[in-house]
Design a protein around this ligand. Structure first.
Ligand SMILES: Cc1cc2nc3c(=O)[nH]c(=O)nc-3n(C[C@H](O)[C@H](O)[C@H](O)COP(=O)(O)OP(=O)(O)OC[C@H]3O[C@@H](n4cnc5c(N)ncnc54)[C@H](O)[C@@H]3O)c2cc1C
Length: 461
């Protein structure tokens, strides 16, 4: 990296907060994408760690003047290479934007700087009796800015929806360096186009999120987890649809192939207790009172039994529930190094059984198998292409195309929650019309005429 750039950045944030000579091993270069799918980062990039919005604004004014790419890095927990600097870039890390500005219990909002992690938010809310925040995308190292930029979802979306539902206001810095306030503590706000919703989910390509106003909620006091094992996936899926129609809304309904539960439990030094069947549902229920919890559990249990589940397992103690959830959330660690493509497709809920059966048949066509794990009540399915001898198999691209075509047949999407990042730019073209893609490109040009903010992400410009 040019030493003039370094000197200018040092003049804005100070010597201690600029890092040069970063190698491929530096954690600032990669995110949690599968190793084999990683786009190569440019080691000539430079890391800068501003302390506040003003410094970010100065960095952007400078970068825009010299037309230098800027890649914003939050917690680096993304799964599609969004924060990987594939061109020589300024890596702008938000790790020092840590202020929990306010927990406003009257308006039920939290005002947070972008670098506050999900873990830190939950820890802070624990100090406020009965208040919580529901969105939980698997990794608590994710930052508020990153969760907003990726419109994070996760297991609890079935009850609480995804990130964009919970953001009421934002402060952002534009590629020009201008600072903009959007939304606020308002519940209703119809003044003009909703630029805030456009920026949510834009994966750091339109603006840098520096602060968010986030809705917080009264916390459910009582929770339980049910494991319902089924012989056939179709029965499990029918049970899910019946639960959704019944009027009860679980906190999460997760599906995972049996072998993933069994092997992940083994990896964690424990045992998966549901021995029967091939298809297990993990249903988490949370309610305000014990009576309600009991009634909901009973209703869900009855529906599972009616749909041919084996005997269900019930966990009421927090420690037992935590252990089950850990097994569910650590499956990625178990498969991460043995898979190539990891898919995050989503289809309408009613199409899940047919779609999933076709995914399994497609894998068989190539004498392979796929690991399925799903936020099933949202129609969001994670499947993969398994490596052969540690390498991407020769049929991978062909199989990938078939998987996406099958997904489109059911009116699905290539990504339900992980985003496009640097990984799925070409795949997005399979899903979107030219009219829509051109409109997105025009929007990008209005926000970022010099294409400096996270170039090569979402769209190729
Ligand atoms: C084990 C595991 C499980 C996961 N499960 C889920 C899941 O169930 N659901 C789900 O939705 N996600 C899941 N994820 C993905 C991940 O946690 C989310 O994408 C997360 O929201 C990204 O936040 P981050 O701070 O780590 O962002 P990063 O990874 O640092 O960045 C992600 C993108 O956001 C941009 N960005 C980051 N901060 C800002 C900012 N302040 N302003 C503008 N742009 C910014 C980056 O440039 C990049 O394009 C999982 C990840 C892991 C590792």
């Amino acid at each position: 990296m040019n030493s003039i750039v370094k000197d200018n950045l040092v003049s804005i944030v100070g010597e201690d907060f600029v890092i040069t000579n970063i190698s491929q091993k530096t954690s600032y270069l990669y995110d949690e994408i599968e190793h084999i799918m990683r786009p190569k980062a440019d080691e000539n990039s430079i890391v800068v760690k501003p302390k506040d919005t003003d410094e970010i604004s100065k960095i952007m004014k400078y970068a825009n003047k010299i037309k230098m790419p800027v890649v914003v890095r939050g917690g680096g927990t993304g799964l599609c290479g969004g924060c990987i600097p594939t061109k020589e870039s300024i890596i702008l890390s938000t790790e020092r934007l840590k202020k929990i500005v306010e927990i406003d219990e009257d308006n039920m909002v939290a005002v947070l700087e972008a670098g506050v992690t999900l873990f830190e938010l939950l820890e802070e809310l624990d100090k406020h009796e009965g208040v919580g925040f529901p969105v939980h995308p698997g990794d608590e190292g994710a930052q508020m800015g990153g969760m907003a930029a990726t419109n994070a979802g996760g297991a609890r979306a079935v009850k609480h929806g995804v990130m964009r539902k919970h953001i009421q206001g934002m402060e952002v810095v534009l590629p020009s360096g201008e600072i903009m306030e959007l939304g606020g503590k308002l519940i209703k706000n119809n003044a003009g186009y909703n630029l805030m919703q456009l920026i949510i989910g834009s994966e750091g390509t339109l603006a840098i999120v520096t602060k968010i106003i986030l809705k917080i909620y009264p916390k459910d006091k009582y929770s339980a987890t049910i494991i319902a094992p089924f012989k056939h996936f179709n029965d499990a899926s029918n049970a899910v649809m019946e639960i959704l129609k019944s009027g009860v809304t679980p906190l999460a309904v997760e599906y995972q192939d049996k072998h993933l539960f069994v092997e992940t439990a083994k990896m964690l030094g424990t045992e998966w207790q549901a021995k029967q069947g091939n298809a297990d549902l993990m249903i988490i229920i949370s309610e305000k009172t014990e009576d309600l919890l009991y009634a909901t559990c009973k209703q869900i249990n009855d529906i599972c039994q009616k749909n041919n589940s084996y005997e269900t397992l019930f966990a009421g103690k927090k420690s037992e529930q935590d252990e089950l959830l850990l097994i569910r959330s650590q499956h990625y660690e178990y498969i991460k190094d043995i898979i190539g493509h990891s898919f995050d497709t989503a289809v309408p809920v009613a199409s899940i059984p047919a779609y999933l059966n076709e995914l399994k048949e497609l894998a068989k066509e190539y004498n392979t198998f796929t690991n399925i794990t799903a936020h099933i009540a949202d129609g969001n399915i994670h499947s993969d292409i398994v490596l052969v001898d540690g390498k991407m198999p020769p049929y991978a691209e062909e199989l990938k195309d078939k998987i996406f075509k099958t997904c489109f047949k059911y009116n699905g999407t290539i990504t339900g929650e992980h985003g496009v990042g640097k990984l799925r730019i070409d795949d997005l073209k399979l899903q979107k019309s030219e009219v829509e893609l051109n409109l997105m490109k025009s929007i990008k040009k209005v926000f970022d005429p010099n294409n400096i903010l996270n170039p090569g992400t979402v769209l190729d410009m």
